[in-house]
Design a protein around this ligand. Structure first.
Ligand code: R2B
Ligand code: URA
Length: 323
């Protein structure tokens, strides 16, 4: 890794060579934090899991897929669905129940984990789950975010595979403040995984539209997504529509609240990660997500169908290669 480059008095861009995208020789995640070596045990506080209370290699060493999504209902349902798909008995155990923060279910090689809403919540989960995968010595792990979003000019119910993640200023970065400086890390999506998902969708998914494109990730649901229906609003209807059209011209097909962080953290740790979100509303036509709950819930299963197909395909491949 090269040293952070000074961009201005306030911004550092962290650059690194392509080896960031490589796992260790045996497929395990490389943790680039020398301070962890000095810990006698590591408490994954928000998961209520610790290296001295849990035998992580024995409990989670077989994990190959970490699937994350916002809500408990969706991620529990995904675990149940994967259990059926993989013909495994689902025990219903929430491994992080004691944390009262996130929920995590395990179905054989698949973890199904909640991340809550927004970048802050997701980033805490990602730090701790990446460490879990590292301590458990999992090999060749793939991370998938299966979520919801607002669409730009696409039919509600369309599934979007993110090929580029941008922030609210349309920049492909995840920026955070560290030591009083802006640290900027690229939010690069894994090309191989995106292509694999596109090809599976093209060949095997006929029941709903699946596309790929740019996903804009914002810091809030209302003002940053140019909604006019928040508790307050300083935008005119014209400003809103101009902005959404600008997004459309920039090939943004959906908006959500975690993509830059998810893509950046996967890239930074060399983990293959992909974002698959269904759109719940066409933002060019309105702001409110007003379809009935049953229908919305049904739409949320669509990214799961694509994720399950990828998981089954990869598992068959790993089996044939003895991985
Ligand atoms: C999509 O949906 C949530 C907001 O309703 C947020 O977590 C996201 O990214
Ligand atoms: N999630 C978002 O972040 N935005 C939407 O419009 C819908 C779901």
């Amino acid at each position: 890794m090269s040293l952070p480059q000074k961009q201005s008095s306030e911004t550092y861009e962290v650059t690194y060579d392509e080896s960031r995208q490589e796992l260790s020789k045996n497929g395990e995640v490389i943790i680039r934090n020398p301070h962890l070596n000095g810990l006698s045990s590591d408490v994954l506080y928000h998961l209520a899991i610790s290296t001295d209370t849990h035998d992580l290699p024995a409990l989670f060493g077989d994990v190959k897929f970490v699937c994350v999504g916002g809500t408990l209902k969706r991620m529990k349902q995904f675990a149940e669905y994967m259990a059926k798909e993989l013909d495994i008995q689902f025990d219903g155990k929430d491994w992080t129940a004691a944390s009262f923060r996130y929920s995590m279910f395990k179905v054989g090689p698949v973890l199904s984990v909640t991340h809550g809403m927004g970048i802050s919540s997701l980033s805490i989960l990602m730090h701790e789950i990446i460490k879990l995968v590292y301590y458990a010595k999992c090999k060749n792990v793939v991370f998938l975010r299966i979520g919801t979003s607002g669409g730009i000019g696409v039919e509600p119910g369309t599934v979007v595979i993110t090929d580029k993640a941008v922030d609210g200023l349309l920049r492909p970065y995840y920026e955070l403040y560290i030591l009083g400086k802006v640290v900027r890390r690229p939010s690069i999506c894994n090309k191989e995984l995106v292509e694999e998902l596109k090809s599976i969708a093209a060949q095997e998914i006929k029941d709903f539209p699946t596309i790929s494109g740019t996903t804009m990730c914002t810091l809030d649901f209302y003002e940053s997504q140019a909604r006019l229906d928040g508790a307050f609003c300083d935008l005119t209807a014209q400003q809103k529509i101009d902005f959404l059209n600008k997004l459309k011209d920039a090939n943004v097909v959906n908006i959500e609240m975690e993509a830059i962080t998810f893509a950046s953290m996967c890239h930074y740790t060399g983990i293959q990660g992909a974002i698959i979100c269904v759109t719940l509303v066409n933002r060019l036509l309105g702001d409110q997500v007003s379809a009935n709950k049953d229908y919305l819930y049904q739409l949320q299963t669509r990214p799961q169908i694509l994720a399950a197909k990828l998981i089954k395909k990869r598992l068959a491949l790993y089996k044939s290669q003895n991985i």
